[in-house]
Design a protein around this ligand. Structure first.
Ligand code: BGC
Length: 746
């Protein structure tokens, strides 16, 4: 009897242990930790700190002493990045195994959390699958690609033994100069919100213990992309009404979608560096948005409160400010200064122990959730999920749907496969100009690390139409002078039916991508002028991360294809569109500006729409070269029969909006139907239009479909002067394609 009771007790006890939540496990563990161990958990260092020779290492060789110093002596909670370039999956396994072996030597055996930037695929594993950057994903208007690209990225990260991804970027792209524009989902907050939440779900929804999931990291909270000068990490001045309208909703949605971590904007808003902003980090993020996960700093940003932002008089004060504002983990990342200074600060009573416990509990909880305590090592099963052939198909599908046909005068496209083409321009034989940043290296600009089967545009065209039909003046090397040889282009055009001119931007990331000029470089403009002067039809193919001005050449070229930086299959997707094997359906996720003085977003205010008119000089206020949402097809679509379920919407009622869409051409095609609304009068000047919903569908040639949307008052809301999101009674317009109608909201 006694024995049975004892067994029962053991059973109940062990079940209750198992039933402990990850939070409770973290809370239990923290009780056993010294202050040093806690502060160590809050410290994140970069790979160079543990590498043989520090930054000099390029092959991922770990220095045993340096590793011990970090993991055993300083108890670091997290390591990130690589030095120079990505590793193979096997190399990653060996790196992670060595690190976790070291963690096993510590008193509490707390595993190390490794984090990487898998921004459009897993950046730092060689032969990973690269998808379009977010700007291209937004152009697809197909959230399935945000989902599927994130799923593959999660699998390829996890296959590499890494369980934390610093993605997705939720910064909104309303400043086209910004060097991280390609990492954004463009200028519209509804698209950013929709795509961002889809990515977060995809990273995490299988459960963080699953070999198909990773912890996501919403970034960069908040207002990073709103920099006034457009330069990376420079000040933004954003009134709170605008923060709440354009910068915050996507974070709210991503928190709701279940993101586990968040990274802070390296810049400052209205003079307050975000890393020191308790209002944004604690009051808004924690209390208002209810975010329970881990807050990590961005690169060196705690230090920078002292040595760049100059709001902290000493490095220790910088640490105190950041931690007290709400930062849980500091991406220090090149030394242990944060560890030393935080220890000192806690001992001096400058940071309360409750704040340390709060931060460390969140870090440990995440490690429990990720299954790192059960098995911190790379999972053999996960490895099977690396590099599956179907990922290549998915990358091609995504790249095809990103392709945005901006101009097609006289139906110059699609080209005949018998056409004699001259392929020219610096992007024609460049892989880096197709993939952009975060491609096997941080800057993405070293082709040495790209998969051997990556195709250039020239190669893809040759594969499509045969060597005999193709001549080129391009050479390898974006900057090679031969790529800009105007005379050679002019003379080579004689035998060509058409010139495919590949212009745009070579890869860049972050501050190295800062630019003084959005106009294309003079040498590229000269090429375009030479191509136009030949009198042959010119098709401009743009591979670029942000809109570079093409206004001077636009009237004289016949076709323009915006290809963005669309990853591994960019060249194939471009070629499929040019030669008619794919009917393009991408839509611009930003307004393509004409010039520096014409940078106006599509959701402009009435006073931006109608300018004051003097001397008969009438300009439309919104006058981009190509508007937001623009994108041509090889077929045509007609809209009719716009209907509302009610002309007057009340309180919580739903409004059904339906419209008939017909593929009136003779090719099958996909098409995105976009629903915009306009609030005619409101207490805060209303926007001329706001995207509120979209649906992408297949239409057979000649096919008609009724497309239905259901919206409610929340879809009509805006932020008022009291900073509340409200829907005011009044008259609204709903616009789909060229049709519009009105309804009232009471
Ligand atoms: C970037 C982040 C990135 C981090 C780690 C920073 O410079 O701003 O987006 O996650 O580095 O690589």
């Amino acid at each position: 009897m006694k024995k049975n009771l004892f067994l029962l007790f053991i059973l109940v006890y062990s079940t209750s242990l198992n039933a402990q939540t990850d939070r409770q496990k973290a809370e239990a563990l923290i009780k056993k930790m010294t202050l040093e161990e806690k502060v160590g958990q809050m410290t994140q260092v970069t790979f160079a700190v543990i590498a043989k020779g520090g930054w000099a290492d390029t092959e991922g060789n770990i220095d045993a002493e340096a590793l011990k110093k970090a993991v055993v002596d300083h108890h670091v909670g997290s390591i990130l990045n690589v030095n120079a370039h990505g590793f193979t999956v096997d190399k990653w396994h060996s790196v992670i195994t060595q690190i976790q072996d070291e963690a096993k030597k510590t008193k509490l055996k707390i595993p190390v959390l490794y984090g990487l930037d898998g921004m459009h695929g897993q950046t730092y594993t060689l032969n990973s699958t690269l998808f379009p950057h977010n700007i291209g994903i937004a152009a697809t208007r197909n959230p399935m690609f945000a989902t599927m690209a994130a799923k593959v990225t999660a699998k390829e990260l996890r296959a590499s033994g890494v369980r934390w991804n610093f993605a997705p970027v939720l910064d909104i792209g309303r400043q086209p100069l910004w060097s991280r524009f390609p990492e954004t989902y463009g200028e519209d907050v509804y698209i950013v919100k929709t795509m961002g939440a889809a990515a977060v779900k995809a990273y995490e929804e299988d459960g963080l213990k699953s070999t198909t999931a990773v912890a996501s990291c919403m970034k960069h909270y908040l207002g990073y992309s709103g920099s006034r000068s457009g330069k990376d990490r420079t000040p933004a001045y954003i009134p709170e009404i605008e923060i709440r309208e354009y910068y915050l909703p996507q974070f709210r949605a991503a928190v709701k979608a279940g993101s586990s971590t968040i990274m802070i904007n390296s810049g400052e808003i209205n003079g307050i560096p975000v890393h020191a902003d308790k209002y944004l980090l604690t009051d808004v993020l924690r209390k208002e948005l209810g975010f329970q996960g881990l807050i990590v700093s961005d690169w060196e940003d705690v230090k920078r409160l002292h040595d760049r932002h100059n709001v902290a008089a000493t490095p220790r004060q910088a640490v105190v400010m950041a931690v007290n504002a709400g930062v849980d983990m500091s991406m220090v990342p090149t030394d242990f200064s944060f560890y030393d200074l935080l220890l000192e600060a806690v001992k001096k009573g400058e940071v309360p122990m409750s704040r340390i416990n709060d931060a460390v509990t969140r870090i440990l909880e995440l490690k429990y959730k990720l299954g790192l305590f059960e098995n911190p090592y790379p999972e053999p099963d996960a490895k099977n999920n690396f590099g599956k052939p179907e990922y290549q198909t998915l990358a091609l599908d995504a790249a095809r749907e990103a392709m945005t046909l901006l101009k097609n005068k006289d139906n110059v496209l699609p080209l005949s496969k018998n056409a004699k083409v001259l392929v020219a321009g610096p992007c024609a034989q460049s892989l880096t100009a197709l993939n952009g940043c975060w491609s096997y290296t941080w800057q993405g600009n070293n082709e040495q690390w790209y998969p051997a089967d990556s195709k250039t545009i020239l190669q893809a065209i040759i594969d499509k139409i045969g060597t005999a039909n193709v001549t080129t003046t391009s050479v390898k090397g974006f900057d090679s002078s031969a790529n800009y040889d105007v005379a050679s282009l002019s003379s080579s055009a004689a035998t060509a039916d058409v010139i495919i001119l590949c212009l745009g931007e070579n890869a860049y990331a972050e501050s190295p991508g800062n630019t003084r000029e959005l106009a294309l470089p003079d040498a590229q403009v000269a090429l375009a002028n030479a191509a136009i002067a030949t009198g042959k039809p010119v098709i401009l193919v743009l591979t670029e991360g942000r809109p570079r001005f093409i206004s001077s050449m636009e009237p004289s070229v016949k076709g323009i294809l915006m290809a963005y930086w669309s990853g591994k299959k960019t060249a194939e997707a471009i070629t499929d569109v040019l030669f008619g094997d794919y009917n393009p359906d991408g839509r611009l996720p930003f307004s393509y500006p004409r010039s520096m003085g014409e940078i106006v977003m599509y959701d402009r205010k009435p006073t931006e729409e109608i300018r004051e008119v003097f001397n008969d000089n009438i300009n439309s206020g919104y006058d981009p070269l190509f508007p937001f949402g623009h994108g041509l097809s090889y077929t045509t679509f007609e809209y009719s029969d716009l209907k509302l379920s009610t002309p007057s919407l009340t309180s919580n009622q739903k409004l059904t909006v339906s419209i008939t869409v017909k593929n009136s051409g003779n090719r099958d095609g996909k098409h995105t139907v976009e629903l915009y609304t306009r609030d005619l009068y409101a207490s805060v000047t209303p926007c001329m239009k706001r995207l509120r919903a979209f649906q992408k569908m297949n239409f057979k040639a000649g096919e008609s479909k009724e497309v239905t949307f259901t919206i409610d008052k929340n879809d009509l809301a805006f932020v008022n002067a009291q900073l509340k999101t409200v829907t005011e009674p009044g008259e609204f317009e709903v616009m789909i394609g060229d049709k519009k109608t009105k309804f009232t909201y009471k």
